[in-house]
Each structure stands twice: as C-alpha cells, then as structure tokens.
Ligand binder design. Structure first.
Ligand code: HEM
Length: 281
C-alpha cells in the first residue's frame, strides 16, 4: 500500500479558510458587534421607560410626564388621551424587550417555545403601539408638522404590514421567508428608537445643523422618514450581501461596524443628554 508521503511527494502549503469563508466570518462578526450595540442602546431605552414612565403610571402621577419636553404628554381632563398614552409607553418597554429576545440565536434553537411566545407578545405590542400611535397622532393631534405626522404614520403602517407577513410565514413554517419579514419588522419597530439615537449623533457631529424648534428644519423633515427607511435600506443590503460576493460581504461588514459605532455613541448620548436628566428631574 502507498504511504501518504508517496501519494503526496511534495509537502502541501497549509491552506486556511477560503476568501469566501473569511468574508462570511467578517460579516457575522460585524453583525454581532451591531447587535451588541443595539442591545445596549435599546436596553437604555427600556431602562428609561421603566424608570420614567412605569413609575409615574403605576403611582398614578401622570402629570410627571411633562417634566420632560413632550408634544402633548399629560393633559388635565383628557382621560382617554392620557390613558392611551399610558398604554403606549407600557407597551413600548414590553415590545422592545421581546424584540431583542427574538434576535438571540441561542433562544431560537434552545428554547423555541420562548421564541414563539415572545414573538407573539412582540407582535401584539407592536399592533397596540402602531394603532394606538396612529390614534395619538390623528385623533389626539400629537404632532409637530404634517410631514412628521405622515412619516411616523408610515412607520406604523409598515410595522403592521411586516408584522402580519412575519406572523403568516411563521404559521406556514416557511422559516427562511419568516426570518426576512421578522427582521424587517424589528427594524421598522425600532424606528422611534433610531429617531432618538440619530438626533443625538447628528446634533453632536454638526452642532444641530438643520434642526429647528418646531421640528420643521431640513434635517427634521429628512430624519422623520429616514429614521425607519434608512435602517430598512441597510437591512435589505445586508440580506443581499449574505448571498453576495466576498467583496460585498466585506463592504457590508464595514458598514455594520460604522453603524455599531454610531449606535453606541448615540445611545450613550441620548441617555446622558435626555433620559437621565428626565429620570432625575
Ligand atoms: C413601535 C414602536 C414604538 C415605540 C417603542 C414607541 C415608544 C414611545 C415612547 C417611549 C413615547 C414617549 C415619548 C418619549 O418619552 O420620548 C412615545 C410617544 C408617542 N408615540 Fe410612540 N412608539 C412606537 C410607535 C409609535 C407609532 C407607530 C406612532 C404613530 C403612528 C407613535 C406615536 C407616538 C406619539 C404621538 C407619542 C406622543 C408624543 C408626545 O406627546 O410627546 N408611536 N412613543
């Protein structure tokens, strides 16, 4: 029988992972970095809602909402409006927490029952937030500009559309398609959080260029729509890059690292400039 040396008379150069595998690994690492920053940023958002809104709602001190700048907030005598707002902020913390749980791969594989129930809770809260949010805007009149009202309503409608598709595809057990709709739902449902983070990043980087008091400046109008459409465009690029060339995957990884830095900086900034002062006011 021929020995291994006879079969391969020349020693072979050690071969590492292929460029394709390396690019894929870089992309996966960048996704993890982006997710870690998102967990921290949305974790701070949840902490703010619990410490500022849950304490005031459960102690019945609705007037405490107005300790921070609000569009409408608490209005004396407006029982329905105040209750709708209270429901909105209570649902916001639950939906945001469940949304983060849905993206943890270990939960999906090890505890599928938790994934299913947390997914149902996420969707139920997303429906309450979207329909309730539309009511707050168009019935209660909580908006600063008509383009701003249209932009957030568009976000609400996208949440309802994508959420319905995520639910239908999960029921059909079509998991590849479900994953795409679920990610889209997560991104548009994070629109109001991206809005707050983005304002701080832009404010710090440009000194507030294009931001005006009544949220009617050029940046305000742009960001009202871009707050959910821009992250959605990034997600669509990511879904294509996953099946794309190694170069596309490396470029996407670079974009996600940049997003991670902006999210990290913006999240710490919004906590420091807005949420902590409101909690301790
Ligand atoms: C789905 C994710 C959403 C989350 C997590 C969320 C969260 C919040 C939070 C925490 C507040 C309190 C304001 C603050 O302290 O910054 C708020 C207020 C408000 N939200 Fe939402 N929201 C969501 C979706 C929506 C949608 C889709 C709409 C409209 C269609 C909407 C309309 C409003 C309005 C009008 C206010 C009152 C603003 C004021 O009076 O100052 N929200 N939301």
């Amino acid at each position: 029988m021929a020995s291994a040396a006879e079969k391969h008379p020349y020693p072979q150069a050690p071969t590492g992972p292929s460029p394709k595998a390396r690019a894929r690994r870089q992309l996966d690492l960048a996704v993890r970095g982006w997710f870690a920053a998102t967990v921290l940023g949305q974790g701070l958002f949840i902490a703010f809602i619990l410490l500022f809104y849950y304490t005031s709602v459960f102690s019945g001190d609705f007037a405490a909402w107005n300790a921070k700048p609000m569009i409408t907030g608490y209005v004396e005598g407006d029982g329905t409006g105040n209750q709708q707002f209270a429901l909105h902020v209570l649902a916001a913390a639950i939906m945001t927490s469940c949304g983060l749980l849905q993206l943890v791969p270990q939960i999906r594989t090890r505890w599928p029952v938790l994934h299913r129930w947390s997914g149902r809770m996420f969707l139920a809260m997303a429906v309450i937030l979207s329909i309730g949010g539309l009511w707050l805007v168009w019935v209660r009149g909580s908006y600063m500009t008509i383009p701003g009202a249209i932009a957030i309503s568009m976000d609400g409608l996208l949440i309802l559309w994508f959420g319905t598709m995520a639910w239908i595809t999960a029921r059909q057990r079509n998991f590849a398609t479900h994953r795409r709709w679920a990610l889209r739902t997560f991104i548009v449902a994070s629109g109001v959080w991206f809005m707050r983070v983005g304002y701080v990043v832009w404010g710090v980087l440009t000194g507030g260029a294009g931001i005006e008091r009544g949220l009617s400046g050029p940046f305000d109008l742009f960001w009202a729509f871009a707050t959910h459409l821009l992250p959605l465009a990034v997600l669509e690029l990511y879904l294509r890059a996953e099946r794309g060339s190694p170069m596309a995957q490396r470029a996407m990884a670079g974009g996600l690292w940049l997003a991670m830095v902006l999210i990290l900086g913006g999240s710490l900034g919004v906590w420091y400039f807005r949420w902590w002062p409101a909690i301790t006011a």
